[in-house]
Design a protein around this ligand. Structure first.
Ligand SMILES: [Zn+2]
Length: 344
């Protein structure tokens, strides 16, 4: 496997009239050919543009949002699954609670509150046990959806955290989407992985782990069967992948895999907090069909988002379009076209 990288130099005359140069490195993802460009000179601009986390605001938001939080009172006031899907109404895994999303993006759209009793807005306070219970709930939702409707096999589970991370309700929660249509980003990844296997005879993800372990520069460590690395050509900021080689789908994930994903995610999210990027977005990219573990690896991808500060909102960049490839809209194109047309 070749990790391809080239450099270019940008030259300009700066405002003081002096010639200036910047070095830009372009990296190409070996599987998808997606390019990531790195210019270290941009770091200072980003710090000025994005600002730093407003920690008193975060503490205040944590306390104020608790009083009216719909997820703190979900057991009493939340939605319920229909009895044919879940006779118990809501699913419980330890402190985690799963219920239907009040506003659905697909046929089976669920919210998984990671720990009903733990309303926290600091990533390090979420904890691996709550993440593990959330993953268990996601796995169960995907399995039940499939059992209830054999066509409902395509799924995307993810998490947006804090408004800059694409979240509307601050209490830590996953969303688990199941539908009859593929998620385009997941489908592209599965197709590319199958093509790699056909071309080379090897599982791309096993080879990637071997390559990154040997290089050592981006490999982070392992938690049980889960291998963690920083993406070579990241599509998002501080993008980290947790891979489960040999397992293709959430429906095939065993408890060691659940625990490994949760343990590593807790490390990654605490790191994001440490560098001042409390908001984050993550998604589990999972094969709709079981038995693909020889050519595709179930994986979670996480990235940090801009620091929380006043007047920041970020609805459009949540885990669906960022990692799953597909966006959800609140208005049909025909509706805004009908209003816009008047300008012609
Ligand atoms: Zn809450």
């Amino acid at each position: 496997m070749e990790l391809l990288s080239t450099t270019e130099t940008a030259t300009l005359i700066d405002p003081a009239g002096k010639p200036a140069e910047q070095l830009i490195e372009h990296r190409t993802d070996p599987l998808t050919r997606q390019v990531a460009s790195i210019n270290l000179a941009l770091g200072e601009k980003a710090r000025v543009f994005l600002g730093v986390a407003d920690l008193p605001l975060l503490e205040e938001l944590q306390e104020k949002s608790r009083a009216t939080c719909p997820f703190c009172s979900a057991a009493e006031k939340g939605t319920r699954f229909e009895p044919s899907f879940a006779p118990e109404g809501q699913l419980r895994f330890g402190g985690a609670l799963a219920m239907p999303n009040l506003f659905s993006k697909c046929a089976r759209d669920s919210v998984v509150i990671l720990d009903v009793g733990n309303h926290v807005l600091f990533p390090s306070r979420i904890g691996a046990p709550a993440l593990a219970n959330g993953i268990r709930a996601a796995v169960e939702l995907v399995r039940r959806s499939r059992a209830a409707d054999p066509g409902a096999v395509h799924h995307l589970a993810g998490m947006n955290f804090l408004p800059p991370g694409g979240s509307s309700v601050p209490h830590p929660h996953f969303q688990v989407h199941v539908r009859g249509l593929p998620y385009s980003g997941v489908a592209r990844l599965l197709d590319a992985s199958a093509a790699w296997k056909a071309r080379t005879g090897r599982d791309y993800w096993t080879e990637l782990v071997e390559t990154e372990r040997a290089a050592g520069l981006r490999w982070l460590g392992s938690d049980g069967p889960v291998e963690w690395l920083a993406a070579f050509a990241p599509a998002h900021q501080r993008e980290v992948w947790g891979l489960v080689p040999g397992v293709g789908s959430l429906v095939e994930l065993d408890d060691a895999g659940v625990e490994g994903l949760a343990a590593g995610l807790a490390r990654v999210l605490s790191y994001y907090e440490e560098v001042g990027a409390h908001p984050f977005t993550l998604a589990f990219l999972s094969s709709p069909a079981p038995g693909r573990g020889g050519e595709y690896a179930l994986q979670v991808r996480a990235c940090s988002r801009p620091p929380l500060k006043p007047l920041y909102v970020n609805y459009e960049t949540w885990f669906g379009p960022m990692f799953g490839g597909d966006e959800v809209h609140t208005e049909a194109p025909e509706a805004y076209a009908a209003r816009l047309r008047a300008r012609w």
